[in-house]
Design a protein around this ligand. Structure first.
Ligand SMILES: [Zn+2]
Length: 114
């Protein structure tokens, strides 16, 4: 796979907007970004799959936004969230994958929307 490079990254109220060198423009909702957080802690929580884990409320997701984007070398960004979480490092190829996934999810969601 080619090495994906963003030409512009912008913070929108509910999502991250990325323009890619190859012309693709992606908009990734913060909720999806956060749910896919690749940091060690979030991966551990996902693997535990604890049924008693307290799931975040809709209000939590509505209020969650990015407070900072820090470049990591030339291949990734570190995202800083409004709840203080900032250990997730998202490589550009991961973000690129996420954007294409997002579009697929969105279309399948529309198909099943009541
Ligand atoms: Zn995390």
């Amino acid at each position: 796979m080619q090495n994906h490079q963003p030409t512009e990254i912008r913070r929108l109220p509910q999502s991250l907007s990325i323009e890619w060198k190859d012309g693709l423009r992606s908009e990734i909702p913060y909720r999806i970004l956060r749910e896919k957080c690749p940091c060690a802690r979030c991966s551990a929580i996902k693997q535990e799959n604890d049924p008693f884990r307290v799931l975040p409320t809709a209000e939590y997701w509505n209020n969650l936004h990015l407070v900072g984007i820090k470049p990591v070398g030339r291949y990734a960004v570190q995202l800083q969230w409004s709840d203080g979480h900032k250990t997730g490092i998202y490589t550009f190829s991961f973000l690129y994958e996420l954007s294409t996934d997002t579009y697929q999810d969105a279309s399948s969601n529309n198909a099943t929307t009541k």
